[in-house]
Design a protein around this ligand. Structure first.
Ligand code: C2O
Ligand code: CU
Ligand code: CU
Length: 570
C-alpha cells in the first residue's frame, strides 16, 4: 500500500497540516512498589482528524505509563493480558531472575494475569518494557505496546540534574510507522511517519534552562542519527544502563548521536537565554553510513520508506520561560561506575552475526534471514550455559552485510572495543544494546551475577523486531552448581480457607519446599494466573476471579515436580 500511503503523506505534509504541530503526549507515571498493567487492543486518534488507528496499549490508548522505581524497591507487577493473542512483557535492561524477565518463555495467554516481582538492583537509568512474544514482537510492538521505566537512586538524586518529569526531564520515545490511507499501522520494518511518544508532527514547550531528555529508540528497525536543527551541541549524561562517569559534550560542526532500536540515551541541552525561539530534534539519516538500518533508500518493496536516507524533524521544541529553581549548569561529574575488568574475565565467548544465505538449515524464511551463532533461534535449544558470577568477554563478530543492534538480557555490559578501538566516551557507559555495523567486531564485558536458573533462559538477539521474529536470537542459562546431597523436597500442600472469597493461603507439607512456580487454572483448564516464585506467606489474591472451581498447581524449586490441589471461590 505504498502508493496510497505516499498520497496520504503528500496530503498530510502538503495540505492539511502544513502549519500545525501536535503537542507531544507525555505518558502518565505510576509509582510502585505495586504496578498494575492492563494490556489491551484499543484505538487512538493518531492522525489528528479522520479515522482512528487500531492500536495496542498498556492502561491506555497506546504505549503505556512510565513506571517509577527506586533502586532497592521490591516491585510487584500485575500484568493482565486482555489481548486476543498471547503476549509477554519484557523489562528491557532490568537485572532480574529469568523467570520474571518477560522474554519469549514467560508467555501470558489471553485473559491471564502474570505476577512477577523482583528487587530493583539497577542503578538510576532509563529502561523500558515491551512485548517479546516470539514471532509476534514486531506486530505487538507496532501496535504501540510498551512504556518507559525510570529507575532512581541516591547517587542520581544527589546530583543537580533536571528531574521534573515532563517539565525539564522529558521522556521521548522515537519510532516510525507506515500509516495507510485508512490511518492503520502496517506491520513493516520501516515507517513513513515519525512519531515522538506516538505523536505525529510533535511539538513541546520547554523552559529556557538546562533540560534533560530521555531518548528511547522504540522503532522496529530504524536507527536515528540524532542532532538538532541548528547543530547545537549537547551533553550525553547516560547510556542504556545508567549515568556516565561525567557528561560527554557532543559538539563540532555536526553534533550527532546514532541511536539504534532498543537503545536509550539521556542528554542535557542548555536552552538558557533562548526563550521565544524554537529548535528541532532531528534525525539526520542522510548522513548515516550505508547498511546502518535507516540509511537505505528503497523506492519500493518491503523496505521502502519515505524516511530512508533522508533528514527529518522528530520534535519541535518551543522554548518558553524558565521554571522556578531552574537547573542552569551542567555538572562536571556524575557517578563513579565500577565496570568489570578484562583481567577478571573467565573466557571470551564468540557470537557470530551473519547472513543466513547458503545456510540450508534455516527453515522459516529461506536464505534471507540473519542469524546468530550460525543457527536460527530454537526455543528448545539453550545455546550457552554460564556459571553464576562469571565475568565474560563477548565477542560479536559480524560477517553480515548489514548492521544489527545486538541486545542481551540479564546484564548491562561495558564495550571494550569496536574493531579493536576503544569506544567513544559517549558509548563508554553501561549498555545493553550495541549496533554492530556490517563486518565489524564488537567486544564487551559483563558479569552474570545474582540470578541462576537452569529452567528459564535469558535471551540475546538483534533488536530489529523483524530480525528477532525471524530467528536472529539465542538464549543462555545462568547455572549454579548443585550439591550432590540435595534431597527431593515434597511440595505436598493444603489450601486454606477453602472455599474462599479473596485470598488463598498455602500450607506446605512437612518437608519445607521452595516453590518455583504457581499457576491457577479454571475448571475448563484455562490458566488464569501465573506466579513465578510466589510469595506464599502473603497469600494469593484471587478476588478478581469469578466464582467457581479452580486448581492451584505448585512446582517445586529443586525437582520441578508439580502438585495440584482444587479450591473453590464462592
Ligand atoms: Cu528489548 Cu529482548 O528486548
Ligand atoms: Cu531486553
Ligand atoms: Cu538484525
Amino acid at each position: 500500500m505504498k502508493n496510497l500511503s505516499f498520497l496520504f503523506t503528500l496530503l498530510l505534509s502538503g495540505i492539511s497540516f502544513a502549519q500545525s504541530y501536535n503537542t507531544m503526549w507525555i505518558p502518565d507515571t505510576l509509582s510502585g512498589p505495586n504496578f498494575t498493567l492492563n494490556i489491551r487492543d484499543t484505538f487512538a486518534q493518531i492522525v489528528p482528524t479522520g479515522n482512528q488507528t487500531i492500536t495496542g496499549g498498556v492502561n491506555g490508548k497506546f504505549w503505556g505509563p512510565t513506571l517509577l522505581m527506586n533502586k532497592g524497591d521490591i516491585v510487584h507487577m500485575t500484568v493482565n493480558n486482555h489481548l486476543n493473542d498471547s503476549t509477554t512483557l519484557h523489562w528491557h535492561g532490568m537485572h532480574l531472575p529469568a523467570v520474571m524477565d518477560g522474554g519469549p518463555h514467560q508467555i501470558i495467554p489471553p485473559g491471564t494475569t502474570w505476577q512477577p516481582y523482583w528487587e530493583v538492583k539497577n542503578q538510576a537509568s532509563t529502561l523500558w518494557y515491551h512485548p517479546h512474544m516470539h514471532e509476534m514482537s514486531q506486530e505487538q510492538v507496532t501496535k504501540g505496546i510498551g512504556g518507559f521505566i525510570i529507575v532512581r537512586d541516591a547517587e542520581e538524586a544527589a546530583l543537580n540534574l533536571p528531574r521534573k518529569y515532563g517539565v525539564d526531564d522529558i521522556p521521548v520515545m522515537i519510532t516510525d510507522r507506515d500509516i495507510n490511507a485508512q490511518h492503520q499501522f502496517a506491520i513493516v520494518p520501516y515507517g513513513d511517519s515519525i512519531l515522538a511518544n506516538m505523536t505525529l508532527r510533535a511539538q513541546y514547550n520547554v523552559p529556557a534552562q538546562v533540560v534533560r531528555f530521555r531518548l528511547l529508540n522504540g522503532a522496529i528497525e530504524t536507527s536515528y542519527n540524532l542532532g538538532f536543527s541548528d547543530n547545537r551541541s549537547f551533553y550525553v549524561i547516560g547510556t542504556d544502563g545508567g549515568l556516565l562517569d561525567a557528561p560527554v559534550l557532543v559538539n563540532g560542526t555536526t553534533p550527532r548521536y546514532i541511536l539504534s532500536a532498543g537503545e536509550r540515551i539521556e542528554i542535557l541541552v542548555d536552552l538558557s537565554g533562548q526563550a521565544g525561539s524554537t529548535v528541532f530534534l532531528k534525525a539526520f539519516n542522510q548522513s548515516l553510513a550505508n547498511f546502518i538500518p535507516g540509511s537505505e533508500s528503497f523506492p519500493n518493496g518491503p523496505f521502502a520508506s519515505f524516511l530512508g536516507h533522508t533528514n527529518y524533524n522528530i520534535l519541535k521544541l518551543n522554548i518558553g520561560n524558565q521554571t522556578a529553581n531552574p537547573v542552569s549548569s551542567i555538572p562536571t561529574a556524575l557517578v563513579s561506575n565500577q565496570f568489570p575488568l578484562e583481567q577478571d574475565a573467565a573466557l571470551t565467548r564468540t557470537i557470530t552475526i551473519s547472513d543466513s544465505t547458503g545456510v540450508t538449515s534455516v527453515p522459516i524464511l529461506g536464505p534471507n534471514a540473519f542469524i546468530l551463532g550460525h543457527q536460527l533461534f530454537n526455543m528448545n535449544v539453550i545455546n550457552h550455559s554460564i556459571p553464576l558470577d562469571q565475568t565474560e568477554v563477548w565477542e560479536l563478530k559480524s560477517t553480515s552485510g548489514f548492521g544489527h543492534p545486538f541486545h542481551i538480557h540479564d546484564v548491562e555490559f561495558k564495550i571494550l572495543t569496536i574493531n579493536g578501538v576503544a569506544p567513544s566516551a559517549q558509548q563508554a557507559g553501561w549498555k545493553d544494546v550495541i549496533l554492530v555495523e556490517r563486518m565489524k567486531t564488537v567486544r564487551f564485558i559483563a558479569k552474570f551475577s545474582d540470578y541462576a536458573d537452569a529452567t528459564h533462559p535469558f535471551m540475546y538477539h538483534c533488536h530489529i523486531a523483524l530480525h528477532e521474529d525471524e530467528g536472529m536470537m539465542g538464549q543462555f542459562v545462568v547455572t549454579q552448581p548443585v550439591g550432590i546431597n540435595e534431597i527431593s523436597l515434597s511440595s505436598d500442600f493444603t489450601i486454606f480457607p477453602n472455599p474462599t472469597r479473596e485470598k488463598i493461603f498455602v500450607q506446605l507439607g512437612d518437608v519445607p519446599s521452595e516453590i518455583y512456580y504457581a499457576t491457577v487454572t479454571n475448571a475448563s483448564g484455562k490458566i488464569v494466573m501465573m506466579l513465578p516464585k510466589p510469595e506464599l506467606s502473603s497469600g494469593i489474591d484471587v478476588s478478581h476471579l469469578k466464582k467457581g472451581t479452580y486448581f492451584l498447581e505448585l512446582m517445586e524449586q529443586k525437582t520441578k515436580a508439580k502438585t495440584t490441589k482444587k479450591f473453590i471461590i464462592e
